[in-house]
Design a protein around this ligand. Structure first.
Ligand code: URA
Length: 236
């Protein structure tokens, strides 16, 4: 691939805009030598305005999602993409969220431009555990853990029961759930089925990956070791 197309695909501008960047001498190699639009692609050796390039295709990000933003770029209002460099919205292939968290759910959200990887993460076969910490409006009844573990709970307007889920109870209105699937508003609907209401929801972990010291609203790119950790719980 030509360098000009690579930079356009990374969101540095349209083909035309990137061509201008070359003419202006803004694209150099690591030693400061000016590069040209047709030069062969050596991603790690390219600088734009002296800065290394954004990661190439195959990017996986982990974001500590704050409340108040949604996962769809089509939604009105604040979206998770607003927390990333504006250039990331222009990447081709596009960066997509791996599944979704509701507007008011916080915590670990993955984004990737790698369709195969996305499928592997969300695949029902992989059954990557997703951990959720819920704060409830009412005290737990006491039978929720057994109900969620039973594999028989049928959510409203669905015809397949939920897979067994594990629940720990850190406090009378606190629940730590481990799910092995991801249905629409699943945690909120599970507690609604028990007559309760989720007031706050946080996801600290997916597979073997947790947020570490990533502050709310912050993101970082995953490396190969992170991906190994993510899939370390894979069962298929
Ligand atoms: N379950 C929910 O109800 N909401 C989320 O955001 C994730 C899981």
């Amino acid at each position: 691939m030509k360098l000009v197309k690579h930079l356009a695909n990374l969101g540095y501008g349209s083909r035309k805009e990137v061509a201008w960047m070359f003419r202006e001498g803004r694209v150099t190699d690591a030693a400061g030598e000016v590069l040209y639009a047709d030069d062969p692609l050596e991603h790690d050796n390219v600088r734009v305005d002296g800065e290394p390039l954004d990661p190439p295709q195959g990017l996986v990000l982990v974001l500590n999602k704050p409340a108040g933003c949604t996962c769809s770029s089509k939604d009105r209002g604040r979206v998770v993409y607003d927390l990333l460099p504006p250039r990331f919205r222009l990447r081709d292939p596009a960066l997509s969220t791996v599944g979704r968290l509701d507007r008011d759910t916080t915590g670990l959200l993955l984004l990737t431009d790698d369709g195969m990887l996305l499928h592997r993460i969300v695949s029902p076969k992989a059954k990557l555990p997703k951990v959720y910490e819920a704060t409830l409006a009412h005290d737990l009844r006491g039978d929720e853990a057994a109900l969620f573990a039973s594999g028989t709970l049928l959510l409203e307007s669905e015809n397949t029961p939920l897979l067994p889920a594990q629940m720990e109870v850190p406090g009378p209105r606190q629940a730590r759930l481990t799910l092995h699937e991801g249905r629409y508003h699943q945690v909120r609907r599970m507690f609604a089925a028990t007559g309760n209401h989720v007031e706050a929801l946080h996801r600290p972990r997916v597979g073997g990956l947790d947020l570490g010291d990533l502050a709310e609203g912050q993101w970082r790119a995953l490396d190969a070791a992170d991906l190994d950790r993510l899939f370390s719980t894979e069962t298929a």
